[in-house]
Design a protein around this ligand. Structure first.
Ligand code: IDP
Ligand code: MG
Length: 139
């Protein structure tokens, strides 16, 4: 399946530090159209389900704790080649390895608290979008 949409979350650290406006601005000027957007907070069950693929990793408990500790911005973004272009825009998982100008280079504190999520495939973009948004919330 190929789509032109991806899913993102501005994670609790980005919201806490007041970086939502700057990150959304960067997303817009980079050519992504916001298709859905909301401030929400994940429950422990939500975070465990969303990150189920990482459940055996040593950092899973820390990841669930982090992702549930405060509100996030969830959004669906549209652009040609959205998944790959957004992964380029956010940069490497570890901000120490992220390219200059990427969102993680600018706003992430560590490999764990890395400011932003981006789907890694068209299939996961669809699954993750449906996890957070109903059809009526997508424009
Ligand atoms: P990604 O977000 O760049 O796709 P993944 O490997 O899918 O990276 O990991 C999901 C999330 O888990 C990361 O964004 C980060 O918040 C957290 N994470 C990944 N690796 C580590 C780690 O080594 N220590 C702590 N947290 C990690
Ligand atoms: Mg990932």
């Amino acid at each position: 399946m190929v789509t032109n949409r991806t899913f993102t979350m501005l994670k609790p650290d980005a919201v806490e530090k007041g970086h939502v406006g700057a990150i959304l601005e960067k997303i817009n000027v980079s050519g992504f159209r916001i298709v859905a957007l909301k401030l929400t907070q994940m429950t422990t069950a939500d975070a465990k389900a969303f990150y189920a693929i990482h459940s055996e990793r040593p950092f899973f408990g820390e990841l669930v704790e982090y992702m549930t500790r405060g509100p996030i911005i969830a959004a669906i973004l549209e652009k040609e080649n959205a998944v790959d272009d957004f992964r380029t825009l956010i940069g490497a998982t570890n901000p120490a390895d992220a390219a200059d100008g990427t969102i993680r280079k600018l706003y992430a504190a560590s490999i764990g608290e890395n400011a932003v999520h981006g789907s890694d495939s068209d299939e996961n973009a669809a699954i993750e979008s449906a996890f957070h948004f109903s059809g009526r919330e997508q424009f």
